[in-house]
Write a protein that binds this ligand. Structure first.
Ligand code: NI
Length: 194
């Protein structure tokens, strides 16, 4: 296992569509996923996509930290353990979007307000080649959309509608700008990649 170097916004690997994983059960994919998980944990992230570690393959890892679930009455918006997905796809379920704060390990030090589908279905393969087919909402839906966007060369600022809500995390000590959604969750809980 190894902690990998994270590519930053502007690196070509983050701008191109990633290639499909040809065999989700291959030992090299398992090794890559293990390194990505170690790298994500080291950086206190909630998710990571392979292009972020300079590997242009359709592989993502993410989890929903305790305290980041947004709606206690919604079973699809709950803390969730580690998810590893090869060749994932996303389908919005009800057409509703919600604004929320995001950060990204490839865009260090910044956060922004990003509209995302509130409720999605995502599918992919795990490392045993078994189908994953899940409904997610809230933060779970947000982190899945953020990571899968990386596979299409899209970083969260490209999804923003109001760039006045792109700011340095440190400056949030002055408070959240008027009209922006509140910051979710306890400080440090998946702050860097949402
Ligand atoms: Ni990211």
């Amino acid at each position: 296992m190894a902690i990998l170097k994270i590519a930053r916004m502007g690196h070509p690997v983050l701008r191109r569509p990633a290639d499909p994983v040809s065999d989700a059960t291959a030992p090299e994919i398992r090794a890559l996923a293990a390194d990505m998980i170690e790298t994500m944990r080291d950086a206190s992230g909630a998710g990571l996509a392979a292009p972020q570690v300079h590997v242009p393959l359709r592989l993502v890892v993410f989890f929903v930290p305790p305290g980041r679930a947004e709606d206690p009455d919604d079973a699809d918006d709950a803390a969730a353990g580690l998810t590893i997905l090869c060749n994932p796809s996303i389908e919005p379920l009800d057409g509703a979007q919600a604004d929320g704060w995001e950060g990204c390990l490839s865009v260090p030090g910044l956060r922004g307000v990003v509209p995302r589908w509130r409720r999605i279905r995502y599918r992919g393969l795990d490392l045993n080649g078994t189908s994953v087919d899940r409904v997610a909402s809230g933060f779970h839906a947000r982190v899945a959309q953020h990571e899968i966007d990386h596979l299409d060369g899209i970083l969260y600022p490209q999804r923003m509608r109001d760039l006045s809500l792109l700011l340095f995390t440190e400056e949030l000590r002055h408070g959240v700008p008027e009209g922006a959604p509140p910051l979710a969750g306890p400080p440090g809980a998946g702050d860097e990649e949402e």
